[in-house]
Write a protein that binds this ligand. Structure first.
Ligand SMILES: [Zn+2]
Length: 348
């Protein structure tokens, strides 16, 4: 049956696309009310609508693994999970979509390894922060990741994948190896840079004691003794050890120049992610910002082309920018390729 054109117009349907129906009814297909040729669309609950993994989808952003400084790169959805490829090509790592099977109240379930921590869509540029296994991923364009995170029940229905455990940086039972790691770190060129910025502790570094371990500390700065303590046996990477070293020496700076830190810290916003270390504790937040600033400056000394923008550091730990700008003024960074940009805001 041909539908009168006036009715089509009244229904707001696009005549030009559908084609005006001919009186014989042989015109192009025109969607109409109660057209039985049209498949019925039934709204499925949101978490059941996704029936296949969006394999191959890529989401650009930055990853912060285990609280470490961010790395620019992209997540690619694969059938074994999310593969993170860093922009500098140095890192490819798989993150599972679902956690290991846990039994609670006689019921088996698996925790979702991808979830949305928060979304800030009120800004001109939106920002989404996702939790992934042991880390967070920030992006302006979440795409498929938002779909995955919104469907925990669907994710739970996926086939189990082997869960990956981090390997310790050093065997926890090998005391000699643990001490070797600590001694090599405190005598490294990296540590020398940190001593130049924050001063060298009066005593050699020790190991985190039982009480510190119980509190989950990977490092400590003991102000009364002016010494550091580290726990490399519970760290999973050299990067974590470097971060702990910078974080603890930042506490040394805090202890010695509280007024200076207070001035630099004016106007810094709190950490928004409630699970991030330093959330709701200013002294820890400051130590994280200082360690992040050191990481930014150290990783951009030689090749600023593979830079993870300072803005990403700031999104995870506000105050990193202020600290990086201050530290860039120090003589050790006199030849830093980004010094001028950081200290004057102008690229040349
Ligand atoms: Zn601390």
């Amino acid at each position: 049956m041909a539908v009168p054109i006036r009715l089509l117009l009244a229904l707001g349907l696009a005549v030009s696309v559908a084609g005006a129906p001919s009186p014989e009814g042989s015109g192009g297909y025109a969607p109409a009310v109660a057209d039985t040729a049209r498949p019925t669309v039934v709204a499925l609950p949101d978490d059941e609508r996704l029936t296949a993994l969006p394999v191959g989808a890529a989401i650009s952003g930055f990853l912060s693994a285990r609280g470490l400084p961010p790395r620019a790169g992209r997540f690619v959805v694969t059938d074994t999970g999310l593969v993170f490829l860093s922009a500098d090509g140095r890192l490819a790592q798989t993150y599972p979509l679902i956690g290991p099977v846990r039994v609670r109240d006689g019921r088996k379930s698996r925790t979702t390894a991808v979830s949305l921590a928060y979304a800030d869509t009120a800004q001109e540029r939106p920002f989404y922060l996702f939790r992934v296994d042991g880390g967070v991923f920030g992006t302006e364009a979440p795409g498929a990741l938002l779909d995955l995170a919104a469907r925990p029940r669907w994710l739970d229905s996926l086939t189990s994948r082997p869960w990956r455990y981090d390997r310790a940086l050093v065997n926890p039972r090998n005391q000699a190896a643990i001490w070797l790691v600590v001694r090599s770190m405190e005598q490294s060129a990296y540590a020398d840079s940190l001593y130049t910025l924050f001063g060298r502790p009066a005593r050699r570094a020790g190991l985190v004691n039982g009480r510190g371990r119980k509190a989950g500390r990977l490092g400590e700065y003991i102000a009364s003794r002016d010494s550091l303590a580290l726990d490399p046996a519970r760290m999973s990477s050299q990067e974590q050890l470097r971060h702990a070293m910078a974080h603890e020496l930042a506490h040394r700076w805090q202890a010695r120049s509280p007024g200076q830190i207070r001035t630099l810290w004016e106007g810094v916003q709190p950490i928004r992610d409630s699970r991030r270390y330093g959330h709701d504790k200013v002294s820890e937040h400051q130590a994280e910002a200082i360690a992040f600033a050191v990481h930014f400056l150290q990783s951009t000394t030689t090749d600023p082309a593979v830079v993870t923008p300072l803005e990403h550091y700031e999104q995870l730990v506000p105050g990193t920018g202020a600290m990086a700008r201050y530290l860039a003024l120090q003589p050790i960074y006199a030849r830093h390729p980004l010094r001028r940009m950081l200290t004057t805001g102008s690229p040349d």
